[in-house]
Unconditional design. Structure first.
Length: 307
């Protein structure tokens, strides 16, 4: 089973308007409401791949109930820990021929007792886990090293970490490392505090701060990825595709990588699977959604070469 963790889920609302007019009334003819947060995007893609998956994290209030009801409707298993404050909203306004304006709430503040309660529940949940994913931001009230705490409690379960900023830095500074991280080039630059080119990555990923991380997959968007598995480096190239909605493609990539690890795929197949699920998400209007019928066609067009 793959356990996905979303510590700061949201109700994602997409408002579609032909033109966004500031300081005026904008009537919205179409609204989509989706259980959101990076970890839940991962969850949906895994579910669509028929992988055994369980979603966990923190949830609260009427918005939280809407999210769990939606997961029930799609038969996605979940075991969220209840909190007193309301889960957040995230609004994306789609307007003016492809532009997207986002309004993202910070989310609820978590008490010390709630954090401790989740940690106790987490240790029970992961007893049945083969793979663990940790995705997204941390809500207020949780320390920046909270992901590091979860990694330490994972007892050797392969853990994929997809976060950024201080929470990523703190996770890498612990004695127990994540099994896989998937930063983009900008996030790597922020982590090491200097500008980089793609050609710098091989040298940078050999620095001490990355020691002990079995897999590092640096996303390069439409240019594919540079990946490092132990001491072996790979250049991953993807085909040009018609992109409809790239939001959530990184989460879909994590889902594909988690699936590959759970299935014990070889390096090349693992990387091709992750890149393929990311591309499939970009071809759909919905975030965290793939058409698995198109998997093989794209998979066969992904190339992986040692560098």
């Amino acid at each position: 089973m793959i356990v996905t963790v979303t510590m700061n889920p949201s109700l994602d609302m997409a408002y579609s308007v032909a033109q966004l007019v500031l300081d005026d009334v904008n009537r919205v003819p179409q609204v989509e409401k989706t259980a959101g947060g990076k970890g839940l995007n991962v969850t949906r893609v895994l579910h669509q791949m028929n992988a055994p998956v369980l979603a966990t994290g923190l949830i609260g209030g009427n918005i939280g109930k809407f999210i769990t009801d939606q997961l029930d409707d799609t038969q996605i298993a979940h075991a969220f820990y209840p909190i007193a404050n309301e889960t957040r909203n995230s609004i994306a306004i789609l307007h003016d021929d492809g532009k997207q304006t986002e309004l993202l709430e910070a989310g609820p503040e978590i008490t010390e007792q709630e954090a401790e309660g989740f940690l106790a529940q987490f240790e029970n949940i992961i007893k049945e886990a083969d793979v663990l994913t940790l995705s997204g931001s941390l809500p207020k009230g949780l320390p920046n090293n909270f992901y590091q705490q979860l990694i330490q409690k994972s007892h050797g379960i392969p853990t994929l970490l997809d976060t950024s900023g201080q929470s990523l830095s703190d996770a890498l500074s612990g004695t127990v490392k994540p099994f896989l991280i998937k930063p983009n080039l900008s996030e790597i630059q922020s982590l090491i505090g200097r500008s980089l080119t793609v050609s710098d990555l091989k040298t940078v990923l050999l620095e001490d701060r990355f020691t002990g991380i079995e897999w590092i997959v640096v996303s390069l968007g439409s240019q594919g990825a540079i990946a490092k598995h132990q001491e072996t480096f790979y250049r991953v190239t993807i085909p040009k595709i018609d992109t409809i909605n790239p939001v959530g493609s990184g989460d879909a990539t994590i889902a594909g990588l988690a699936y590959g690890i759970q299935q014990q795929l070889d390096d090349v197949s693992l990387l091709k699977t992750g890149m393929t699920t990311g591309m499939l998400n970009a071809q759909e209007h919905k975030t965290g959604w793939i058409n698995y019928d198109n998997f093989k066609e794209l998979f066969d067009q992904v190339t992986v070469e040692k560098i």
